[in-house]
Design a protein around this ligand. Structure first.
Ligand SMILES: Nc1ncnc2c1ncn2[C@@H]1O[C@H](COP(=O)(O)OP(=O)(O)OP(=O)(O)O)[C@@H](O)[C@H]1O
Ligand SMILES: [Mg+2]
Length: 456
């Protein structure tokens, strides 16, 4: 049964309401002022608050504002005397569901309570629906690093601390960002994603902060930016290292002042937004090269989360495989497929440069293409091979904007990393395979900042 908190300093009102609502079957909690009411909410799940607008200590309107920011899901009904009806009207403007005038009509009280709870129920349903659409995969994996990530998600949920998620392509950064939002008190609010790499430099400011009509030629109407759309929710600045320096300066200002102006506008817009950022770039390198502001890095990196590449958490592989086998099980097959032992070995030895996204695509493909209930090494090799050719073509595109020297260096770095992995981080074997002296290999590792993990 829904539970209702009544906040009113008049003992008479509290007890009448309590009797009526308890008769209707609701759980009822009572508080004689706002502070006590708010502290009850910290420990008791409540669906609806009935709030006197005229209260000692903290006034009803202030309590309402606090409720709306800290517990946006809870509906609020205001009780007001005839003398302060304007306060009640104001309360509805701020977000109260409705108000009841004293002396209370019990019939009307019950109707308004029912309506408010119906709306609250709808919102909840809507939110649950949204959340299931929201996360396309649950976060699978039991490795130490996954457990650490889960712990950070739980710890950071209650606060508004900014989070910077680092990790290679396809490691699950976006999944982590969404999980943080959904665990936070902002879960009912918006989650607004901005792919900073995909928006051209000339448009990024208007994308982020919006623009006024006429701010530039194509600005035919006023438009809200992503920061404004994310009000009371979270903004996810994906590929944040790709922001231009001028956009970085603007973002830094929003963080410091919590206000901004739309492009071409004067009005200061205040937003309540939690920032979650992510990048697959080596951000230290970007800072050193002068492409990323160090002060912005410190502001964004309040809680760092590193999502390691799949090849460094191979203990997650079996869990991920059975999860995706289940997910992509063809309808006519009765049991999810499994892998032969050798097929499993092949997958373990593979470097997974596209990480979990690559594994996911691979599992989907295998399930569509093969008929084997136990998938063989040969089938695995065939589809992995096909994928790496496609990926290599895509990879070459990434070099397009580099000059030859930069492209060579990128390639060298990746090639060495792969060879190291192949030789289980054994320096002398890797050096031999590369035709280098170990000392030479060492200096290259240092140059590229490649760290060698032992005992893998
Ligand atoms: N631990 C996991 N368990 C299950 N699925 C996962 C996991 N991590 C990632 N995925 C899935 O893998 C795909 C890639 O994840 P995601 O988009 O979060 O990666 P990313 O780090 O943001 O990649 P990119 O840098 O390329 O944007 C998504 O479909 C996601 O649902
Ligand atoms: Mg991503």
């Amino acid at each position: 049964m829904p539970s209702i908190l009544i906040i009113d300093d008049e003992q008479g009102i509290r007890s009448v309401l309590k009797d009526v609502l308890a008769d209707e079957g609701y759980d009822v909690l009572l508080a004689e002022d706002g502070l006590r009411g708010l502290s009850l909410l910290e420990t008791n799940p409540v669906d609806l608050v009935i709030l006197d607008v005229w209260l000692p200590n903290m006034g009803g309107i202030d309590v309402l504002k606090k409720l709306k920011t800290d517990f946006p899901d809870i509906e609020v009904i205001i009780i007001s005397g005839h003398a302060n009806i304007d306060l009640a009207v104001n309360a509805v403007k701020i977000g109260a569901f409705d108000f009841l005038e004293k002396p209370l009509s019990l019939e009307r009280t019950i109707t308004v309570v029912r309506n408010a709870l119906a709306l609250e129920g709808l919102r909840k349903e809507n939110r649950n629906l949204k959340n299931t659409l929201f996360i396309e995969d649950r976060m699978v994996g039991e490795s130490e690093s996954m457990q650490k990530i889960r712990a950070i998600i739980d710890q950071s949920a209650a606060s508004d601390a900014r989070i910077l998620i680092l990790g290679e392509n396809g490691t699950g950064k976006e999944l982590v960002a969404r999980a943080i939002h959904l665990k936070s008190r902002r879960a009912a609010g918006p989650f607004v994603e901005v792919n900073c790499a995909a928006i051209p430099d000339t448009l990024i400011e208007s994308e982020l902060f919006g623009h006024e009509k006429g701010a530039f030629t194509s600005a035919v109407a006023q438009r809200k930016g992503r920061f404004e759309l994310a009000h009371r929710g979270s903004i996810f600045l994906d590929e944040v290292a790709d922001l231009s320096l001028s956009a970085q300066a603007k973002v830094l200002r929003v963080i410091q002042e919590l206000t901004f102006e739309r492009v071409g506008g004067e009005e200061k817009i205040e937003v309540d937004v939690r920032i979650i950022a992510a990048t697959n770039k080596d951000i230290q390198k970007e800072i050193k090269a002068g492409r990323f502001r160090e002060d912005l890095f410190f502001r964004l990196n309040v809680i760092p989360v590193f999502v390691p590449p799949l090849r460094e958490r191979l203990s997650d592989l079996p869990f991920l495989i059975s999860y995706f086998m289940e997910k992509y099980k063809p309808p006519k097959v009765s049991e999810p497929r499994t892998l032969s032992e050798n097929a499993m070995r092949t997958l373990e030895a593979y470097a997974w440069p596209g990480n979990i996204r690559e594994l996911k695509n691979f599992m989907e493909r295998v399930n569509i293409m093969t008929e084997e209930p136990v998938i063989s090494e040969a089938a695995v090799a065939q589809y992995l091979g096909a994928m790496s050719t496609e990926r290599d073509t895509a990879r070459l595109k990434e070099f397009e904007h580099l000059n030859l020297n930069q492209a060579k260096e990128e390639f060298e770095k990746e090639f060495i990393t792969r060879k190291l992995h192949e030789h289980k981080s054994n320096i002398s074997k890797t050096a031999q395979a590369l035709g280098l002296y170990p000392s030479n290999l060492h200096s290259k590792l240092k140059k590229y900042g490649i760290t060698v993990e032992r005992g893998k």
